[in-house]
Design a protein around this ligand. Structure first.
Ligand code: C2E
Ligand code: CA
Ligand code: CA
Length: 570
C-alpha cells in the first residue's frame, strides 16, 4: 500500500448488505432448472402443433400444453430475475467484506493503517527487498506533549491534533511508503529508499519534525505540539547469521531511538545505535528488579541528620531510600524512583519504606522528627492521606513527629488538590515541607496560599554559596521570604563549615548536608543514637547533641563492619 494508506472516503458508509437466504436461492435455482427442462419438453410438443395449425395441416395446440408453456416462460423470467438479484447480492457482499477489511486494517480516527496491518504490509515489503538496491527505513514518531494538550484542551482537540499530524506526515511521504498510527499518539512509517541515498531519510525526518512543530489552529486556538522520531533501517535488523530482521524488530529499534530522542530534549530525530539497546536493557533490568525487590525487602531507608544551625542540635532525620540490589549493589534513588514511578510501583515502594522508617524512628528519642519524601504521583492518589494514617496507626507512631517533603512539581498539576491534601494531613498533625525550593516555578502568591510548615532551599544554591554570589543572593532572599511568610527554612547540601557560618548570618534555620553526615542505614543510626543516649529509653534522660558530636555519625558508620561499602559514598 502506498500513500493510499488513507482509506477511501466511503469507508464510513456502513449500510447493511441485503444478503438473501441461501435456502431460498437453492429453491429458486431448482425452480429455474425445472422450468427450463419443462420448457424444452412442452415447447417441443407445442411448437410443432402451432406450426402445423398455422400451415393448415392440423388442429390448434393443446390448451393444457400452451398453459404449461406459458407457466414455464413465467418461471424462467422469475429464475432470471432471481439470478440477477443473486449477482447483485454477491457484489454487495463483496463490497461489505472489503469495507470490513478496510475497517479492520485502518485506524478509524486518522485513516492510517493500524499496528496489525502495518506489520503485515511491512513484512511483505521486507520480503520483496532481498537482492534489490533499495532499503527500508522504519520510523517511530511520538508526539511530545500530547497528554497535556488532551488534558488542557479536551479530547476533541486531542483528536484533531492527531488527525492534523497524520495529514502533515502523509503530505511528506514518497510513493510506496506506509503510514500507521500504532498507539495513542504514536505513528510508524516504513519508507523505501535507495541504498546510496540515506540522506533522503534524514531530510524526511527533519521535515516531519519541522512540519509537526508548526502551530496548529484548533477551534480558533493555536496549539503547539512537537514530535520525537527514531529511525532504523532494514540492515540494522539482521541477525548474527545475516538473516533479515522482521518488521517488529525494526520497529522496536526505531522505538528505542525515539525514546532516546525524547530523553535528549524532544523535538528531534535519532538513528538507532547499539548502545541505546544496552541502556534500554539496563532500564528493563531495573524494572524487573524493582518489582522483585520490593517484597524481598531490598529497598531500605537510609537517614541523614537535620540540624538546628543556631544551636547545632540534632532535630531529626530525613529518610532517603536506597536499593540494596543483589546484582547492582547499593543503588541511589535518582536511578530507581523515576522507574518506579513510570511502572506504577512508587506507591507500594514508598509505603514499604515508610513502614520500615516508622519502626526505626520509634526507637529514637521522641524529640527527633522523621522526614520522608513523597512523589508527586502519590499525591494524585485520593487515598494517600488514609494510607499514611494507616501506616502511622499500625506503627503507633505520633503524627506530629512525621514530616512529609513534597516538591514544587506537585503544585503545578492541581494547586486545589494539593491545598486540600496539605490541610488534611496537617489536621492529623503531620507537617508538610516544600522540598527543592527554587528549582521550580512556585510563585510567591502560590506559596502564600499554600500552608506549608517549612521550605527547604535546594542544595544547588547552598553548596556553592561561597563562590557564587547569585546563589548567595537567592539563599538570602529565600531566608527573608520564609521569615516574611512565617515559614521556617531548611538549607540542604551544606558541605563546608564556611557555608554553615554564612547561613547562620541569614537568620534561624535548620540545615543538612555532608558536613553533618552522609545518609546512613538504620543500624548505624541506631548505634550512634544509643552511644549518645538518644534512643527512646525512659530511664535515660535524652542528651542534646552538638554539631561536633553529630559529625561523628560518619566516623561511627565507618567503624561498622556491617556498613555497606557504598554507604560512605551515598
Ligand atoms: P532530596 O530530597 O533533595 O534529598 C537530598 C539529596 O541530597 C540526597 O540524595 C542526599 O544524599 C543528597 N545530599 C545530602 N547532603 C548533601 C550535600 O552536602 N551535598 C550534596 N551534593 N548532596 C547532598 P539522594 O539520597 O541520592 O536522594 C536523591 C533524591 O531522591 C532526593 O532528593 C529525593 O527527591 C529522592 N528520594 C529519596 N528517597 C525517596 C523516597 O523514599 N521517595 C521518593 N519519592 N523520593 C525519594
Ligand atoms: Ca527531600
Ligand atoms: Ca531536596
Amino acid at each position: 500500500m502506498t500513500k493510499t494508506s488513507f482509506a477511501p472516503g466511503n469507508r464510513r458508509d456502513r449500510r447493511k448488505p441485503r444478503i438473501g437466504n441461501a435456502e431460498r436461492d437453492v429453491i429458486a435455482l431448482g425452480i429455474a432448472i425445472a422450468a427450463i427442462i419443462l420448457f424444452v419438453g412442452t415447447g417441443g410438443a407445442v411448437v410443432p402443433q402451432v406450426v402445423r395449425s398455422l400451415t393448415g395441416y392440423g388442429l390448434g395446440p393443446d390448451k393444457v400444453l400452451v398453459n404449461a408453456l406459458l407457466l414455464n416462460i413465467a418461471l424462467i423470467i422469475f429464475g432470471w430475475r432471481r439470478y440477477r438479484q443473486l449477482l447483485e447480492e454477491v457484489e454487495q457482499r463483496r463490497n461489505a467484506e472489503e469495507q470490513a477489511r478496510i475497517l479492520a486494517e485502518t485506524d478509524s480516527l486518522t485513516g492510517c493503517l493500524n499496528r496489525r496491518s502495518l506489520n503485515a504490509a511491512a513484512n511483505e515489503m521486507l520480503a520483496g527487498m532481498e537482492g534489490r538496491s533499495k532499503r527500508l527505513a522504519f520510523m517511530m514518531i511520538d508526539l511530545d506533549n500530547f497528554k497535556r494538550i488532551n488534558d488542557f484542551n479536551g479530547h476533541s482537540a486531542g483528536d484533531q491534533v492527531l488527525q492534523q499530524s497524520a495529514k502533515r506526515i502523509e503530505e511528506l511521504l514518497p510513493d510506496g511508503a506506509l503510514l500507521a498510527r500504532i498507539g495513542g499518539d504514536e505513528f510508524a512509517l516504513v519508507v523505501p529508499f535507495e541504498k546510496s541515498r540515506r540522506q533522503v531519510i534524514d531530510q524526511l525526518a527533519t521535515a516531519i519534525v519541522a512540519n509537526i512543530s508548526e502551530v496548529l489552529e484548533i477551534n480558533g486556538i493555536g496549539v503547539e505540539v512537537t514530535a520525537s522520531l527514531g529511525i532504523a533501517d532494514d540492515e540494522m535488523g539482521r541477525g548474527a547469521d545475516g538473516s533479515p530482521g522482521d518488521a517488529q524488530t525494526l520497529l522496536h529499534m526505531a522505538d528505542i531511538a525515539m525514546y532516546q530522542a525524547k530523553k535528549q530534549g524532544r523535538n528531534h530525530y535519532l538513528w538507532f545505535e547499539e548502545p541505546m539497546e544496552s541502556e534500554l536493557r539496563f532500564r528493563s533490568e531495573i524494572e524487573t528488579g524493582i518489582r522483585r525487590g520490593i517484597p524481598l525487602g531490598e529497598f531500605v531507608p537510609y537517614y541523614q541528620q537535620q540540624i538546628d544551625l543556631q544551636t547545632g542540635e540534632l532535630s531529626g532525620f530525613e529518610m532517603l531510600a536506597r536499593w540494596n540490589s543483589p546484582t547492582l549493589g547499593i543503588v541511589k534513588p535518582d536511578i530507581f524512583i523515576p522507574v518506579a514511578e513510570a511502572i506504577g510501583a512508587i506507591g507500594e515502594l514508598s509505603e514499604s519504606l515508610i513502614a520500615q522508617a516508622l519502626e526505626d524512628a520509634k526507637e529514637w528519642d521522641p524529640g527527633l522528627t522523621l522526614a520522608v519524601n513523597i512523589s508527586p504521583l502519590q499525591l494524585r492518589d485520593p487515598w494517600f492521606a488514609q494510607k499514611l494514617l494507616r501506616l502511622l496507626a499500625e506503627a503507633n507512631f505520633p503524627p506530629h513527629r512525621l514530616e512529609i517533603e513534597i516538591t514544587e512539581s506537585c503544585l503545578h498539576e492541581n494547586v486545589g488538590v494539593a491545598r486540600t491534601l496539605i490541610t488534611s494531613l496537617q489536621n492529623q498533625g503531620i507537617r508538610v515541607s516544600l522540598d527543592d525550593f527554587g528549582t521550580g516555578y512556585s510563585s510567591i502568591a502560590q506559596l502564600r496560599s499554600l500552608p506549608f510548615d517549612r521550605i527547604k532551599i535546594d542544595r544547588s544554591f547552598v553548596t556553592n554559596l561561597i563562590e557564587n554570589q547569585d546563589s548567595a543572593a537567592i539563599v538570602h532572599s529565600i531566608a527573608l521570604l520564609g521569615q516574611g511568610l512565617g515559614m521556617p527554612i531548611t538549607a540542604e547540601g551544606i558541605e563546608t563549615g564556611e557555608v554553615m557560618e554564612q547561613l547562620r548570618k541569614y537568620g534561624e534555620m535548620k540545615g543538612q548536608g555532608f558536613l553533618y553526615g552522609q545518609p546512613q542505614p538504620a543500624t548505624v543510626i541506631h548505634d550512634w543514637l544509643s552511644d549518645h543516649k538518644l534512643l527512646d529509653q525512659p530511664q535515660a534522660a535524652p542528651a542534646s547533641v552538638t554539631t561536633s558530636d553529630a559529625n561523628k555519625v560518619n566516623t561511627a558508620a565507618e567503624d561498622k563492619a556491617d556498613t555497606p561499602r557504598q554507604a560512605g559514598n551515598a
